[in-house]
Design a protein around this ligand. Structure first.
Ligand code: NG6
Ligand code: CA
Length: 512
């Protein structure tokens, strides 16, 4: 009898200790990466904007870390996103430039990516928003009338609600889990980027039909959808086409539904906003609200969207243990090919925060972007960090946070700088290669831009490219505007940085 009660007591003790252990194991944080499009360093009020106010985004930094030396790898969309997803420099792979809407998937399906890393740690993962990383099998023409074989799912997203490329590129449709939403079988979609297909009006032939005029000699002068000329031609899928004014709301709705559904177990949401890319077409709620025209209005819309996400987390009581990251894929551009008066109405606004250049540029304006990270449970409030950090480092840093080993081929250019991202250390990486037209190397306060052919000035956008056939060397701590080229004054440094850059370029690198 005595023996039986001993066993009984032991069993109870085991159950109790097991439960306390389970309770003690901290729940892994949810992660929401909000990736805005074309938002410049100076476009947020927490980064010095005075003509416009972005209180919701600013709040992320006030209650967490605000980075002043954070970077996208590239000055355009596709390559920056490639780097974020793979932890690999995009210029190591051909075909990672701005993709047309009918491009094949450029992400590897046999490597650890940011979403597959979370999956391996037991997270549910989703992408909602702009994709722009290609779809379908390499070299195969996409059939838009059935689910595409390769896309977000094959690189680690359990759920996807995306549009294929940018809102100025066809097809102008949403895709849920890789199938076009709302497509009717008797009106199949066809897309072409070389020749006109179908007989719908185009911006070039029927400019009188445009509600948002565009310079008609370039870019946005093909099929007109919703009164806006697009890049590329499409026919069919009439019922499936989006209304630009609704995009922000549709994506927010899908993001919120995912968060609600997953609230009880860890999730990773890559929320890739359409704002503030062209064509800027805010919903009625925001039209005319900024006094800065359509570009200002979509900044307000973006800030509201972020506010709604923060509110949702609070409602669900998961705010404390959710890491929210806000950043942008490249620097700002005012005139990106539609006549939306962004240039005139921005007078007095410094969209690149005083850095030289903007989107497309090898100067800082192209790649230095806002980055704010909030995690009430794991990050102190109100930290300002000037650590050199890059979006490419998310992969290795989250691998560390999640205790997930990476294979040596995974994320070869991604540095583990978890403590910098969490504001625990003010030291980030030591070097960083960035890509405008030219490649540049940043090493501490020094920035070297490789000689590069090509125009010094992009007529279309009015942006300085950073191209020069001579080497350029700037001291960013004294000359943030990159005005004084010191290459002639410091030939040894130019030589050393050229050699470092070449070594980094040539090395077929494994994990640092
Ligand atoms: C350019 C487009 C621009 C934008 C950009 C890609 C014209 C005149 N310009 O070719 O509007 O779509 O490509 O932007 O068509 S990104 O943010 O996706 O990289
Ligand atoms: Ca972009």
């Amino acid at each position: 009898m005595k023996r039986i009660s001993e066993i009984y007591l032991l069993a109870i003790a085991l159950v109790i200790s097991h439960t306390t252990l389970a309770q003690k194991k901290p729940q892994q944080p949810n992660v929401i990466f909000i990736y805005a499009d074309d938002v410049g360093y100076g476009d947020l009020s927490s980064y010095g904007a005075r003509k416009i106010s972005t209180p919701n985004i600013d709040r992320i930094g006030k209650e967490g870390v605000r980075f002043t030396n954070a970077h996208a790898t590239s000055a355009t969309c596709t390559p920056s996103r490639y780097a974020l997803m793979t932890g690999r420099y995009p210029w190591r792979q051909q075909g990672t430039g701005v993709l047309p809407g009918d491009a094949s998937l450029i992400l590897p399906t046999d490597r650890t990516t940011l979403p597959s890393l979370f999956q391996k740690s037991g997270y549910k993962t989703a992408v909602v928003g702009k994709w722009h990383l290609g779809l379908g099998e390499k070299g195969e023409k996409i059939n838009w009338n059935k689910p595409v074989a390769k896309g977000p799912k094959e690189v680690g997203f359990d759920y996807s609600y995306i549009f294929p490329a940018t809102s100025d590129r066809v097809p102008t449709v949403f895709m849920e889990n890789q199938a076009v939403v709302g497509l009717s079988a008797d009106d199949p979609i066809e897309v072409d980027y070389k020749n006109k297909i179908g007989n719908e009006p185009t911006g070039k032939e029927n400019p009188e039909l445009l509600k948002l005029p565009a310079a008609l000699n370039h870019g946005h002068n093909n099929t007109i959808v919703n009164g806006i000329g697009r890049i590329g031609w499409m026919s069919g899928g009439k019922q499936a086409r989006w209304t630009d004014e609704e995009i922000a709301h549709v994506f927010l709705d899908k993001a919120e539904s995912f968060i609600e559904k997953q609230a009880k177990s860890p999730f990773f949401l890559y929320f890739s906003l359409n704002d503030i890319h062209v064509p800027r077409m805010p919903s009625t709620q925001f039209k005319g609200k900024s006094g800065m025209g359509l570009r200002g209005d979509v900044i307000l819309q973006m800030d509201w969207t972020v506010g709604q996400i923060l509110k949702k987390l609070e409602e669900l009581k998961i705010s404390e243990n959710t890491i929210v990251i806000f950043s942008s894929d490249n620097g700002p551009v005012l005139d990106d090919g539609y006549a939306d008066k962004a240039v005139e109405l921005a007078a007095g606004h410094q969209q690149a925060g005083g850095f030289r250049g903007g989107k497309y540029s090898a100067f800082e304006g192209g790649t230095r972007i806002p980055m704010l990270i909030r995690w009430p449970k794991g990050i102190k409030k109100g930290i300002e960090s000037n650590a050199l950090v890059c979006q490419i480092d998310m992969l290795a840093s989250f691998a560390r946070l999640l205790n997930q080993p990476l294979n040596k081929e995974d994320g070869p250019d991604s540095f583990e700088i978890r403590d910098a991202f969490l504001g625990k250390s003010l030291k980030g990486r030591e070097t960083l290669i960035k890509q405008g037209g030219a490649l540049s190397l940043t090493e501490g306060q020094w920035k070297y831009i490789e000689p590069n052919k090509g125009p010094a000035y992009y007529e279309l956008t009015g942006i300085e490219s950073g191209n020069s056939e001579s080497p350029q060397l700037y001291n960013l701590s004294k000359d943030k505007e990159e005005k004084k080229n010191l290459a002639d004054q410091y030939p040894d440094r130019v030589k050393a940085m050229t050699s470092t850059l070449n070594k980094m370029k040539e090395a077929s690198r494994t994990r640092p």
